[in-house]
Design a protein around this ligand. Structure first.
Ligand code: NAD
Length: 314
C-alpha cells in the first residue's frame, strides 16, 4: 500500500490532499507545526491509515520505514500570513524544501513541490504560461514568499538533475473552498463572512485587478495527476475563468442574498494587476482541466462558512 507524507497537512490545501489520498487507499502522514494550520482541519481523518506528526520541517525530518510520495505543501500562503511571518516563510521555502527533498532522496520517493503563480510576480505576459520567467521584486514585502518559492523550484530541479530524484513542481493559482481561514486576508474567505454578517465588503483599490479562482477539488485532482505523471517541469494548475475582484465581490453578495456594500481599501504594495493561468500543459500532459463552475464552488464554500459561523455562535 502506498505511503504518503504531506508537509503542511493541517493547512487548507494539505488537509484536502490528505483526505483525497486516504480515499485513494494511501497511508498518510500529515506533518505540520501548526503555524497557520489547525488540527480541526484534519481531526475527521483520524484512523488506522492516518497519522499526524507535529514537526517543523525546517528541521531534519525522520520517518520510520518506507515513504513512496512526499507532497511538500508546508508554507504560509496568504499575503497576510507571509507578511507577518517573513522569516518563517523564507526558511520553510528554503530549509524546509531542502529537508523534504532530502527525505525523498533517502527513501527513493517521488516528490512534489507546491509552488505558486506568485513566481510570475506582477506579470508582463498574460495569461501566464510556464515558460514565462516572471516579474518579481525580490526586495519588496512580497519577495519573502515569491523568492522563497522561486528558490524552492530551483532546489527541486537541482535534486532532479543532479541527484535523480523523481520531482514535480505544481504552480498553484488562487484556490478556494471549505477550510479557508476567515481572517487570512485572502479575498474569498474575507468576503463571505462579511457578506453573511451584512458588513461592508472590503476590496483593495477599485477592485479592477483580476484573479482566476479554482475550486479546491479540481486543484487536488490536477496535483494528484501530476504526481503520478513522469513530467518534471513546472505545471500550472488553476482555473482560467478570470474576473475582477469587484465582480467576485458582487457575486458573493448576490449568492449570499446580503445587504453588504462594497468599500475600497488601499492597494497593497506590488499587488499583481492580473492573474490567469495558461493551462495548455496540464491539458496536454495530464488530460486535466477544471470542472467546477465558479458559482457552484462558491455556493459550496458559502454553505461551509454558514455552517461554521452558526456553530461558533451556538
Ligand atoms: P495554509 O496556511 O492553510 O497551509 C500551510 C500549512 O503549512 C499550515 O498548516 C502551516 O501550519 C504549515 N507550515 C508552515 N510552515 C511550516 C513548517 N516550517 N513546518 C511544518 N509545517 C509548516 O496554506 P494553503 O493555502 O493550504 O497553502 C498550502 C501550500 O500551497 C503552500 O505551500 C502555498 O504556498 C501553496 N499555494 C497555495 C495557494 C492557494 O490558493 N491556497 C496558491 C498558491 C500556492
Amino acid at each position: 500500500m502506498a505511503k504518503s507524507l504531506v508537509t503542511g497537512g493541517a493547512g487548507f490545501l494539505g488537509s484536502h490532499l490528505c483526505e483525497y489520498l486516504l480515499n485513494k487507499g494511501h497511508h498518510v502522514i500529515a506533518m505540520d507545526n501548526l503555524l497557520t494550520g489547525t488540527i480541526s482541519n484534519i481531526e475527521h481523518l483520524q484512523g488506522e491509515r492516518f497519522k499526524f506528526v507535529k514537526h517543523d520541517v525546517t528541521e531534519y525530518i525522520y520517518i520510520a520505514g518506507k515513504v513512496d510520495f512526499v507532497w511538500h505543501f508546508a508554507s504560509p500562503a496568504s499575503p497576510l500570513d507571509y507578511l507577518q511571518l517573513p522569516i518563517q516563510t523564507l526558511k520553510v521555502g528554503a530549509l524546509g524544501t531542502h529537508k523534504a527533498l532530502g527525505l525523498a532522496l533517502e527513501k527513493n520517493a517521488a516528490f512534489i513541490l507546491a509552488s505558486t503563480s506568485e513566481v510570475y510576480g506582477d506579470p508582463m505576459i498574460h495569461p501566464q504560461h510556464e515558460s514565462y520567467w516572471g516579474n518579481v521584486n525580490p526586495v519588496g514585502p512580497r519577495g519573502v514568499y515569491d523568492e522563497a518559492k522561486r528558490f524552492a523550484e530551483a532546489l527541486t530541479m537541482a535534486y532532479h538533475r543532479y541527484k535523480g530524484v523523481d520531482t514535480k513542481i505544481v504552480r498553484i493559482f488562487n484556490t478556494y473552498g471549505p477550510r479557508m481561514r476567515p481572517n487570512d486576508g485572502r479575498a474569498i474567505p474575507t468576503f463571505i463572512p462579511q457578506a453573511l454578517a451584512n458588513k461592508p465588503i472590503t476590496i483593495f483599490g477599485d477592485g479592477s485587478q483580476t484573479r482566476s479562482f479554482c475550486y479546491v477539488d479540481d486543484l487536488i485532482e490536477g496535483i494528484y495527476r501530476l504526481m503520478m505523471s513522469a513530467y518534471h517541469e513546472p505545471v500550472n494548475i488553476g482555473n482560467p475563468c478570470e474576473m475582477t475582484i469587484r465582480q467576485m465581490a458582487e457575486t458573493v453578495i448576490r449568492l449570499t442574498d446580503s445587504s453588504s456594500k462594497i468599500v475600497e481599501k488601499p492597494l497593497p504594495v506590488d499587488d499583481p494587476k492580473v492573474r490567469q493561468p495558461n493551462i495548455a500543459t496540464a491539458k496536454q500532459i495530464l488530460d486535466w482541466e477544471p470542472r467546477i463552475e465558479f458559482e457552484e464552488g462558491l455556493c459550496r464554500t458559502i454553505a461551509w462558512f454558514r455552517h461554521k459561523m452558526s456553530a461558533e455562535e451556538s
